[in-house]
Every structure is written in C-alpha cells, then in structure tokens.
Design a protein around this ligand. Structure first.
Ligand code: NIG
Ligand code: FE
Length: 426
C-alpha cells in the first residue's frame, strides 16, 4: 500500500480530459475520458494515481480523503485569453452600445480600448494590482486556476512595463497562476494617431526588447512556465497586416512565443501568417475563411474562440466553431475577460454560450476549456487533464453529470477548487 497526501474518491464521473500527448482535434474533442466511480491519489501537489475508487483504494492510502459523494470531478479550468489587468470600467460605453453605437466606431473616436488606456496610465501599480486581483478572485470561485493575461492598456513603454509588473505581482500573490502575454500592439494611442507605422517601429525597436529583458529578469523565467507570448490585434482601426507581421516577426526573433487576435471583425489575412510562424494560438476567428480553417486544422496551432464577445455585443453571429471542429481543428474556448468586448469572468458561461450558438457539445466545450486551453498557453505538460504526473489542479462540481455545466447556465457549479493538491475553495 502506498501512502499519499490526499485521495479524492467516489466521483461518479472522474472526467480526465486525458489526451494522447497532443491537443484534441476534431472528433477527439468528443472524448472526455470518463472513469466511472473514479478516484485520484495526490502527493507533492501532483497526481500519482487514478482509476476506479475500488482499484485506487487497493493501491493507495491517505490520512486525508475527500469523499466526492457521487459528484463529478474535472480538471480545473484553464483560461487561455484575458485582458484582466486594467483600471476602471466601461459601463458608460455599455450604455452607448445598447443605444446602437458600434465597438470599432467607439474605438475610432478615442473611446473603447483608449479610454481604458487613459485610466490604466493614471493608475498606480498598487491600484492596478488591487483592481485586477478582484477579477482573479471571481475567476477562482468559478473554477479557473491558471489564466493567461495580456498587457495592452499602456501603449507606451512605461505603462506596458507597469502592466507586466502587475501581472508578476499578481502571479506571486494570487492562487491563480498567470501566464504573461505582451500586447503593446493592441490599439493606436492618441499621440501616435496617423503615425501607425512609426508606432509599430517603436514597439519593435524599444518595447519588445525591453519586455523580453524584463521577462528574463522576472520570477517567471526561473519557473517551469518560462515563456512569454507576443500578441497583436490585427484589425481595421488597430494594426494592419504588414504592421502585425512586423510585430510577430520581431517578437519571434527575440524569443517570444506567438499569439494573435485575428479576424474578430475583419479578415486582414493574419491567420495564415501566424500559423506559418508556428503561433501557439490564433484567437477570435469570427471572419476566418475556409482555407484558413483548413490550414489551422493541419497545424499545431490551437484556435481560440471567444463566444462571450459576440454575446456581449448582442450578436447572433458567432465564429463557426462547429465547422472548425468538424474540419479537424484543435479548439479552445475563452471568455476574453476585458472591460469592453467581454466583461465576463465565467468560463462556465462561455461554455454554455458555445453550446447554444456555436453548436459545441458539452464534451467538446469541456475539452476546450481544459486540455486544449492548456495547449493554447503552452502549459500542456503540467495542466489541463487528470493524468499521472500532472499538477493536481481539480474541481469537485455540484453535479453528478459534467454536462450540466453547459445545460444550466448563469450559475456556478464549482463546489471545491483543488490547486496543487490543496483545497483552496470550498
Ligand atoms: O479581445 N480585440 C481587442 N481586444 C479585446 C478587447 C479589449 C477591450 O475592448 O478593452 C478583445 O476583444
Ligand atoms: Fe482579446
């Protein structure tokens, strides 16, 4: 009999989301790897055994045992695309949009992302950290234990570095683990309007090297998650294809891994370029063409869809996630939590929306917020599934059928969050 730190037993469904050393593509997304009446053995924060409760209890013993009592156990959710470090909110803009204003028109007239930039520039590092901590608290209650976070509300060197520092401080002081992404190419700030090429040059010659230098001196670099992403918003009124390509190429040369906001409103052709440059993910994909979906399916890049954005715009048009999965893509789902296009901390809501409007089945939606989103942030070695050797980041849900997370919407199915083998919520 082997002793371990913790056993979780009697899960009616132990939903492993285990994959075969690759992101789940196409039909594989239908398989969530359920072990009926399952149990998990945990030591030193990692999973060291799993199987049916009967089998596992023959092999492992522990002073600490949690009886899941017929509930479902899943991997904790991995949030692969957010902009949660910012100051203030955009409630006024929300009202303008209700009255008919358009997101890109608001941005063009100096509102939208730019209004958050103004508030974020003014905020002290402490204020920024505390406001963002509040958002992470909500996400943790809702089952997220690792979260990618982008800069992009600074748009000058000093504030972009302040945002990176806020991400590092939050990673050290919050139970959610953060993965940093540098996004100075998020919008054109007022001082660079009509000088977009010059602003792009500044990003490439000054901001990217300074961010990489910051990263190499940060605590992240010494950890297992020793990478940082570069991202760009390739869109009308933001960065055109040529500018986006320059940012991606420069970032790649400097050692960043690649992400890109592509085709959120307009297809400017960046999906193909990002895939050809081995992007870890391409995100949004609302206006992506069939040829590009085919390329995505043939690649190792994960497609991230953000159905909360379309829902927030009151739209009934969504990225064609169904087609992407049917054509063989690896798909992840994210909230895109941000103050403008998606003020939403709940991946459970994102799953519910993706089932209704993008026609994902609950199994596909669950894989999309666990194993595939771990791949979408380069954390697949450690996270996203219940497999021996992975971190013991799990959820005990208030349901005996994981599909209920998608079926009943608007609430919270998380009963307990286990992080590194320790119960931190519930
Ligand atoms: O992913 N598209 C660009 N960036 C965010 C929105 C940020 C904002 O509106 O503040 C997005 O939708
Ligand atoms: Fe985004």
């Amino acid at each position: 009999m082997k002793n371990c730190d913790l056993i979780i037993k009697n899960a009616q469904q132990l939903v492993t989301c285990a994959s075969n050393k690759k992101a789940k593509k196409g039909k594989e997304m239908l398989d969530v790897g359920i072990i009926k009446n399952g149990a998990v053995a945990i030591s030193d924060g990692s999973i060291i055994g799993l199987g049916t409760t009967d089998e596992l209890l023959k092999e492992f013993d522990s002073k600490n045992q949690i009886d899941a009592n017929g509930k479902s156990v899943t991997p904790s959710f991995v949030e692969c695309h957010t902009h949660i470090v910012y100051a203030g909110n955009r409630i006024d803009e929300f009202e303008l949009k209700i009255k008919g204003a358009d997101y890109l028109e608001i941005l063009e007239s100096g509102g939208g992302i730019i209004s958050t930039v103004e508030k974020t520039r003014k905020a002290s590092l402490d204020e920024l950290v505390e406001q963002s901590r509040n958002r992470l608290d909500k996400m943790l209650e809702l089952g997220v234990s690792t979260c990618e976070v982008k800069t992009g509300y600074g748009l000058d060197t000093e504030t972009e570095l302040k945002m990176l520092e806020a991400i590092a401080l939050l990673d050290k002081s919050h139970r959610i683990d953060l993965i940093p992404t540098f996004l100075p190419a998020h919008a054109i700030p007022p001082e660079w309007k009509r000088k977009e090429d010059e602003f792009t040059d500044l990003i490439c010659s000054e901001m990217l090297p300074k961010a990489m230098n910051w990263f190499e001196n940060s605590h992240f670099y010494k950890q297992e998650k020793s990478h940082i992403f570069i991202d760009v918003f390739c869109e009308k009124s933001a960065f055109n294809l040529e500018q986006s390509q320059k940012v991606i190429k420069t970032g790649k040369k400097l050692g960043f891994k690649i992400k890109a906001h592509v085709d959120e409103f307009t297809n400017l052709g960046c999906a193909k370029f990002a895939i050809e440059n081995n992007a870890t993910s391409i995100d949004h994909l609302d206006a992506t063409s069939i040829d590009e979906i085919k390329l995505l399916a043939e690649s190792d890049t994960v497609g991230i869809v953000t159905p909360t954005v379309n829902f927030n715009f009151g739209s009934t048009e969504f990225a064609d996630a169904r087609k992407m999965v049917d054509m063989g893509c690896a798909l992840a789902v994210s909230t895109d939590y941000n103050p403008g296009s998606a003020p939403c901390p709940s991946l459970q809501n994102a799953m519910a929306i993706s089932c209704r409007y993008q026609k994902l089945l609950p199994a596909e939606a669950l894989n999309a917020v666990t194993i595939n989103s771990a791949y979408a942030i380069g954390q697949e070695k450690y996270l996203g599934s219940i497999e021996i050797g992975k971190k013991a980041d799990l959820l005990i849900l208030k349901t005996n059928d994981y599909r209920e997370i998608c079926y009943e919407f608007g609430g919270n199915f998380v009963e307990k969050v286990v992080k590194n083998g320790e119960v931190i919520i519930g």
